[in-house]
Design a binder for this molecule. Structure first.
Ligand code: FES
Length: 53
């Protein structure tokens, strides 16, 4: 499922980024840097995926 539409990014891509060390929104830029509507969801996904490590 797409999390960010402005910069097409899927949930799977964000989970993979966490496996590669991403922990903050800035680590997955440009996600959430245009309209910002995906910010809350992307942040929650980052936290959830980080906890699962
Ligand atoms: Fe992610 Fe717009 S949907 S910045």
């Amino acid at each position: 499922m797409y999390v960010c539409l402005c910069f097409p990014t899927t949930e799977r891509q964000i989970r993979q980024a966490v496996l590669n060390g991403a922990r903050r929104l800035r680590d997955i830029r440009p996600v959430a840097t245009q309209c910002g509507k995906c910010g809350r969801c992307a942040h929650a996904l980052l936290k959830q995926a980080s906890k699962a490590l």
